[in-house]
Design a protein around this ligand. Structure first.
Ligand code: RB5
Length: 167
């Protein structure tokens, strides 16, 4: 990744607001451009909203990669992965941060602010940004994920057509 041109989408819920601010400052210190979708304070919010903002930004190409944060990282990663084209990986250590880039070409990193010390979270960000996708046999597996997305989209369209035709 070219650190001087990459744009990173950032989103979190209230539980991860403090960590999001630390991650944002860290990215900016590296010279990266950040698109911050919030949240912007610790008022309770719903993590799917921020997963949606970040996921849409990444799959549209507005941002090259995204980072999403909530208390555990679980809810916001589940929500982000509902968007076709998103490959969000929940990481709590450096091994998974590296592996999700090498094997899964994860385009969104998810972390839990109630799970990780901030120092570890920033190390995970560094490893995740520095690691490239290996391609090869891993691309075949990503292609199969795309096939699942396409199959579900076709089935959904057929169900909608049935509803319209029967109404
Ligand atoms: C918010 O309390 C919490 O549920 C949320 O941040 C996250 O951990 C959900 O997966």
């Amino acid at each position: 990744m070219n650190n001087t041109s990459a744009k990173i989408a950032l989103g979190c819920d209230h539980a991860a607001y403090q960590l999001k601010e630390q991650v944002k400052a860290h990215l900016q210190d590296m010279g990266l451009e950040v698109k911050d979708f919030g949240t912007f304070d610790e008022t309770s919010v719903d993590y799917p909203d921020y997963a949606f903002f970040v996921g849409k930004s990444v799959v549209s190409g507005e941002c090259e990669k995204g980072i999403v944060l909530c208390g555990t990282g679980i809810g916001i990663s589940i929500a982000a992965n509902k968007i076709p084209g998103v490959r969000a990986a929940l990481c709590h250590d450096l091994f998974t941060a590296r592996a999700c880039r090498q094997h899964n070409n994860a385009n969104i990193l998810a972390m839990g602010a109630r799970v990780l010390e901030p120092e570890m979270a920033l190390q995970i960000v560094d490893v995740w940004l520095q690691t490239e996708f290996e391609g090869g046999r891993h691309q075949r597996r990503l292609d199969k994920i795309c096939e699942i997305e396409d199959t579900m989209a076709v089935e959904h369209a057929q169900e909608l057509a049935n509803i319209v035709n029967n109404s």
